[in-house]
Design a protein around this ligand. Structure first.
Ligand code: ZN
Length: 195
């Protein structure tokens, strides 16, 4: 699926630049992620789906999500044979919301792509302040060390981080860092929508 975001870290690409898959930073140094895939733009339908999933107990969306995911361009490449790792919420937020939207999304991915399994490998060790007002570099600082990997992993296992929405890629980069610290070497990411 095409879109103006970097497939190495998820940051938005300049709108009028040359058509690149990766940002200048990721082309210059190894990117945190092998690939980043998204289903929809964070506009109209995409934004509405994320809102429902996140704030309106979006379990009822599952059949629709499974249908969309099963037809996703590049889905086989991104998901087949992989371990799905939902981005965890902090325990306090999880208690408040009652569910983690990334878990719901991972369930839908697993139903759409049978050769996958889900594993809650990451733990969110601190509650991070809301990111919405922060710039890209601040977000990165804000997220650094916010996740830990629960157990060591064999380096050959391929992982896909799962989250609802991609904005600057700071959350995914912090999760990738934690998985890498746990031994993972092959890490991609999927978000329902990208900004
Ligand atoms: Zn990048």
């Amino acid at each position: 699926m095409k879109g103006a975001y970097c497939r190495g870290c998820g940051c938005p690409l300049p709108e009028h630049g040359p058509p690149e898959r990766r940002c200048a930073r990721c082309r210059a140094q190894p990117p945190p992620l092998d690939d980043v895939g998204s289903l929809l733009r964070y506009r109209a339908t995409g934004a509405r789906l994320v809102q429902c999933l996140k704030y309106e107990n979006g379990r009822y969306l599952r059949p629709e999500l499974v249908r969309l995911l099963a037809g996703m361009e590049g889905g086989a490449e991104l998901f087949a044979g992989r371990v799905l790792v939902p981005v965890p919420l902090h325990a306090v937020r999880l208690r408040k919301r009652g569910y983690n939207q990334a878990d719901l999304l991972a369930e839908a991915v697993a139903m759409a792509w049978p050769r996958t399994r889900t594993s809650s490998l990451l733990e969110r060790t601190r509650a991070t302040p809301s990111q919405t007002r922060l710039q890209r570099e601040e977000r990165k600082r804000n997220m650094r060390g916010a996740f830990v990997c629960r157990r060591p992993m064999p380096p050959q296992d391929p992982f896909v981080l799962i989250d609802d929405v991609l904005t600057t890629g700071a959350t995914l980069a912090a999760c990738a860092e934690a998985l890498r610290a746990g031994g993972a070497r092959r890490i991609s990411a999927f978000t329902l929508a990208h900004g």
